[in-house]
Design a protein. Structure first.
Length: 444
């Protein structure tokens, strides 16, 4: 405990790090405030009654978890940051098949700036499309036949105004996320999602306690679930920090009077190179069908089809798991290119013992990366679909979603990544970090 207290004191001794942390906290507070500002024209008293009587065991409830309750509050931040993530996914996928976009991805900083600009334009289009769906959804919410939106308010002007506010809310959150990444600490987009999930935790625990006190929950099952929760968190940490190290030898080179090389270094290949992104990407894609179906509330066929897309259904879990496995490999291929690593090793005179430099080295690294990524991706998929099975054991939907791997994985990995950045700032100033060794294992 004394070590941790000393580390926190060291954090606030560093002016730049202290400013970054306070700046990040300030912007996250703004995000939470926006999640409680109701859209104009909505009777918030009727809305509260409607949300109290409405079940959260559906995809809208899961979406509400990712936006920190802003969706159920019909707030200006109801869309959250998910449209931006969806736009990012689209352009990353297009980069694999469209030569012009692939060229921009390889042009360095200038290409990245242009792609970022296109991603923002895509965010506006996607958020406008989803905002339109939200207006239709809100118009269909009523209490005893009384709409939460007064009849005299409903109209084209209210629809346009609501769409504009929702789109502006998403763009503002996107800007806040970018500001946190550039001037704060940690990844801004991931932190915005994480703070929304954490905000739902007290409500989830309170709902579960009320049901347990009312005798509607089995105490033994609750204890088993909390024990399972501990092992899930431990598994997430192991998968996050698990690595396979490949030895690389560097031949001796004499330049003038100096001798270079003659040492052995290691390439750390992480079991989960993609981090939290496969979960977020897959979840963003899974939200699209529900948005489309919300446009047709009077269609019996489409509403019956939506039953197969409920997060508790087998179809949803199966498709969701496959998408997570796919995005794990996809994002790993983007984040770690074996061919580039092999070429850099060859230029620096490095080689893997028993493997020829160049193409064989690239294939060797790619083969190992493929093998260690598979169990990691399967673990992510199992953890992500766990809430659907936990909810069938009698656990409330709100707690099951928080308990599930999607939420836990995001929280744990974002926390580790943020701590890693804090660790780097401390080590640069010659302070000890949170780990005794002064570094976080597996994340070098």
């Amino acid at each position: 405990m004394g070590k941790i207290q000393e580390t926190f004191r060291n954090i606030f001794k560093i002016h730049e790090l202290r400013q970054r942390i306070l700046y990040t906290l300030g912007l996250l507070v703004i995000v939470r405030i926006g999640a409680h500002i109701t859209l104009p024209g909505i009777d918030h008293h009727l809305l509260a009654q409607a949300m109290a009587n409405k079940t959260s065991d559906n995809l809208f409830g899961l979406y509400d978890l990712f936006v920190g309750g802003a969706f159920s509050n019909a707030a200006i931040f109801a869309l959250g940051i998910m449209p931006y993530i969806s736009s990012s996914i689209i352009f990353q996928l297009l980069g694999a098949v469209v030569p012009s976009i692939q060229k921009l991805q390889n042009e360095g900083e200038e290409g990245r700036k242009k792609l970022t600009q296109w991603t923002r334009y895509g965010t506006v289009l996607i958020s406008a499309f989803q905002a339109w769906g939200v207006t239709i959804h809100l118009k269909n919410i009523n209490i005893n036949g009384i709409s939460i939106i007064p009849p005299e308010v409903q109209g084209i002007f209210w629809t346009i105004t609501t769409i504009t506010l929702l789109v502006a809310g998403t763009i503002f959150m996107m800007w806040l996320g970018e500001q946190i990444t550039d001037r704060g600490i940690g990844n801004g987009i991931s932190l915005i999602i994480t703070i929304g999930i954490i905000d739902r935790l007290p409500y989830a625990l309170l709902d579960e306690y009320r049901l347990l006190a009312a005798g509607q929950r089995n105490l033994v099952i609750e204890i088993v679930i909390f024990i399972l929760l501990f092992f899930i968190v431990a598994g997430i940490v192991l998968v996050t920090d698990g690595t396979r190290r490949i030895p690389v030898q560097y031949a001796k080179r004499v330049v003038g009077r100096k001798v270079y090389g003659g040492v052995t270094q290691y390439i750390p290949l992480r079991v989960n190179t993609a981090g939290v992104m496969p979960i977020i990407f897959a979840q963003a894609i899974m939200f699209i069908p529900s948005t489309v179906l919300s446009f047709f509330p009077d269609s019996e066929f489409l509403q019956s089809l939506s039953g197969y897309l409920q997060y508790t259904s087998f179809t949803y879990s199966f498709v969701y798991a496959l998408m997570i496995i796919f995005f794990t490999y996809f994002y790993t291929a983007i984040a770690f290119n074996p061919q580039d690593v092999a070429e850099n090793m060859k230029k620096q005179g490095g080689f893997i013992p028993g493997i020829r430099p160049g193409k064989q080295t690239s294939e060797f690294i790619d083969n190992i990366l493929t093998k260690i990524t598979l169990p990691g991706s399967i673990f992510l998929a199992i953890i992500a679909i766990l809430p659907a099975f936990v909810s069938r054991m009698g656990v409330s939907g709100s707690f099951a979603r928080f308990f599930g791997g999607t939420s836990l994985l995001i929280i744990v990995q974002v926390a580790l990544d943020t701590l890693q950045q804090v660790e780097s700032h401390l080590l640069m100033r010659h302070y000890d970090g949170f780990m005794k060794s002064g570094k976080m294992k597996g994340r070098k």
